[in-house]
Design a binder for this molecule. Structure first.
Ligand SMILES: Nc1ncnc2c1ncn2[C@@H]1O[C@H](COP(=O)(O)OP(=O)(O)OP(=O)(O)O)[C@@H](O)[C@H]1O
Length: 259
């Protein structure tokens, strides 16, 4: 399989805090990689380094066969990114925002506008196309971010909690979109804490824990190597976590304390 992304011995520290302690991973054409790990493990940091948003790291990253230190503009044009935080320009309309992004990626205004309108309609938010983003609900904003990441037909897509705020029907549409994109040869890097979705859509799952890759394989392989059952249980096992009941009980007892 054609290798699209190769990360070798990636290290990253903030101050004297070592976040990534030498990670190796790869992604091929057509793969959906579920990238999981506890809060603060360094998943977003990994993605930001690949996108060129974070410098000052150790190791080597190759995207589309070239080091990302070379020819930055060319590789960035082939990337789509849905960030975790919806930092969109509130005063713009959906039309203004999407055509702006589309043109940044080199599309003609007419093409960007046509594509944007059709995609908004298909996602059930066509009526908000000319409304200001400040009036959008959480899910509508998320749909806007998803559309913005795809307008230029990228070859690799980085998604950080992409279904945040989407209703059940929209989640079904989105999962279908990902399956179709992967079938067309796109590579998808999917970071999320929603284990049942990761379990179902990923062709391979990578778990980042304590600055290292603690697991890398298909869901069936992870089950065979660890515990049978859900990805949630495998996650518990690999991160050595079994105290949810005890912590929950203590939490509620403090909430209920009368002083
Ligand atoms: N700019 C920064 N300066 C200092 N520390 C940072 C910075 N960005 C991230 N960190 C630290 O790096 C660690 C990894 O953060 P990161 O956002 O990559 O985690 P994550 O795996 O995406 O977590 P989550 O699942 O909570 O989104 C955290 O401990 C965070 O505090």
């Amino acid at each position: 399989m054609e290798e699209i992304l190769t990360i070798s011995n990636l290290t990253k520290s903030y101050g004297n805090k070592e976040i990534l302690k030498g990670i190796d991973l790869h992604a091929s054409r057509g793969e959906i990689i579920g990238y999981i790990g506890p809060n603060g493990a360094g998943k977003s940091t990994t993605v930001k380094i690949i996108l060129g948003l974070e410098g000052d790291y150790g190791g080597d990253i190759r995207l589309f066969g070239e080091s990302i230190k070379e020819n930055q503009l060319a590789y960035k044009r082939r990337i789509g990114y849905v960030p975790e935080i919806a930092d969109v320009y509130d005063n713009l309309t959906g039309y203004e925002y999407l055509t702006f992004i589309g043109q940044l990626y080199g599309l003609d205004l007419d093409v960007a506008a046509d594509k944007s309108k059709s995609l908004m309609e298909l996602f059930g938010v066509g009526e908000a196309y000319h409304a200001r983003i400040s009036s959008y609900s959480k899910g509508m904003r998320q749909k806007l971010l998803i559309i913005a990441s795809l307008l230029h037909n990228p070859d690799i897509l980085f998604l950080d909690e992409p279904i945040n705020g989407l209703d059940a029907n929209s989640v079904m549409i989105f999962k279908e979109i990902l399956t179709q994109l992967a079938a067309q040869g796109k590579t998808i890097f999917y970071s999320s804490h929603i284990m049942d979705v990761v379990e179902k859509i990923s062709s391979r799952i990578i778990l980042l824990y304590d600055g290292k890759i603690a697991a890398d394989g298909t869901f069936a392989e992870l089950q065979a190597e660890n515990t049978e059952g859900t990805l949630e249980r495998i996650f518990n096992q690999l991160t050595g976590f079994h105290e949810h009941q005890e912590i929950g009980e203590k939490f509620v007892s403090i909430v209920q304390e009368v002083r």
